[in-house]
Design a binder for this molecule. Structure first.
Ligand SMILES: Cc1ncc(COP(=O)(O)O)c(C=O)c1O
Length: 434
């Protein structure tokens, strides 16, 4: 039995074994160089941007798409497309990245949080209806960590109350729900192309999609300063509505277009990695690997693991202390296991202090239902998931290609070494931190 690396033993995952993300090929480089050679003079729209839009529409089977400069922008275009305005409420899962909720604030709407499901960590359909009021306009369904939300259940509620479904697919390109791809699961969708994402523009970027022409037109105007955009017609320089500059550039678009060609292959790779690791971790006490319902696929943008110190006889130890001590021990073994968000979004200061745009806006706005407050205790499942969660695949610690089963095997060995072979050592380390 090897000693823990943190105590001077050999590390399980050798230095240099984990290959970074995004995985850049000669084809990607050629695509960017070609775009660079065409990029002058400046014009709008660039062919590369339009080509990315066409390719995304085709790959997910949606009629209208817009490339923009971030996932947050793409989600805000969804909010605009759904005609969410001052005081309108939008339901958002309590455990997600901030942008799933702040995109609502960007239109002076108000996010109302819903607790998540203990197995999928996505919005819990059983808890949606109790949060609906006469002000509710839409539901943001987030495909968190790379796993699609429960769309059938969400749609049946949305239809009953006349609500729109916005898909936040920022973490889940390539995943499917009942055979349908992420990006095509909402009335409209916003995906991120930020460099860490399963589909990457290397730097920043986003993709909006819908089948609804009116939503598309509103989103198109919002992307371009509120102006009407008509291909082939001279620009009028007249804003018809609130708008922003959410346009993107040809180099990012060319890179993302090139990566999109390999998305199916990259997705297969991620699924193979995740499935293998889950099988191995299911046999090891102290950690809970992610659950994947049989009607959908998980693409493991993050591979989330919930720590369970109670399974190691550590009922009396704080979960936060255990999580951080365990992560440190695993990192010493060469496993980039890190905490992600350790509190639900409604527990963030923005929602606790209701500063918003200043003067309490939009919560103090006359159109907003008075008295909206965010009590973190109302989201016990999200709080528990946040506290217990460690993830593999954070930022450039890639879980995707070219990393394969050899790396997953090393990860599994490290979990076994720490949680089984050296359990008493780990317990000793955790107790010293307490
Ligand atoms: C779930 C989720 N939604 C939205 C976003 C926002 O995307 P971007 O960073 O491209 O603005 C992210 C990005 O991390 C995300 O993880």
């Amino acid at each position: 039995m090897a000693q823990l690396a943190i105590r001077g033993g050999p590390k399980v995952v050798p230095d240099g074994m984990i290959k970074p993300w995004p995985h850049i090929t000669e084809e990607d480089k050629r695509a960017v160089m070609e775009a660079l050679e065409r990029a002058s003079p400046w014009r709008y729209p660039f062919e590369e941007v339009e080509e990315l839009e066409r390719a995304w529409a085709e790959s997910i089977g949606m009629k209208f798409t817009l490339a923009c400069n971030s996932g947050t922008a793409a989600l805000h275009l969804c909010v605009v497309g759904c005609e969410v305005g001052p005081g309108d409420e939008v339901l958002v899962p309590a455990d997600t990245f901030l942008a799933s909720a702040s995109c609502v604030l960007h239109s002076n709407g108000v996010p109302i949080f819903v607790d998540v499901h203990p197995q999928t960590y996505n919005i819990d359909p059983a808890k949606i209806e109790e949060r609906i009021t006469e002000k509710t306009k839409a539901i943001v369904a987030v495909d968190l960590h790379g796993l699609p939300a429960d769309y059938d259940e969400i749609y049946s509620i949305a239809k009953k109350y006349g609500l729109k479904v916005i898909e936040d697919g920022a973490q889940a390109h390539g995943a499917t729900y009942k055979g349908k791809p992420v990006g095509a699961l909402g009335d409209c969708s916003g995906c991120s192309l930020n460099g860490s994402k399963c589909l990457s523009a290397l730097g920043e970027g986003g993709l909006f999609a819908t089948n609804d022409e009116k939503m598309f037109i509103l989103a198109q105007r919002a992307r371009m300063f509120g102006e009407i955009v008509e291909p082939g017609k001279p620009r009028e320089y007249n804003a018809y509505m609130m708008g922003w500059n959410y346009r993107t550039d040809p180099l990012q678009a060319a890179f993302a277009r090139s990566q999109l060609r390999r998305l199916p292959e990259m997705t297969e790779w991620r699924i193979r990695n995740g499935t293998y690791l889950t099988k191995r971790l299911s046999e090891i006490p102290g950690v809970q690997p992610p659950y994947v319902p049989p009607d959908r696929t998980h693409v493991y943008f993050f591979y989330p693991i919930l720590v369970r110190p109670e399974d190691l006889g550590l009922e009396d130890v704080s979960i936060d202390v255990f999580r951080e001590a365990f992560a440190k021990v695993m990192q010493a073994e060469g496993v980039p296991l890190r905490s992600w968000q350790t509190r639900p979004v409604p527990a963030q200061s923005l929602f606790q202090y209701l500063e918003g745009y200043g003067k309490g806006c939009p919560w103090s706005c006359p159109y907003t239902r008075p008295g909206i407050r965010y009590d973190p205790d109302e989201y016990p499942v999200a709080s528990d998931v946040c506290r217990r969660r460690l993830v593999l695949g954070h930022s450039t610690d890639s879980f995707g290609p070219p990393n394969g089963l050899d790396l997953m095997e090393k990860y599994a060995e490290a979990f076994y070494k720490v949680l089984v072979e050296n359990r008493n050592e780990l317990i000793d380390i955790v107790r010293k931190e307490t």
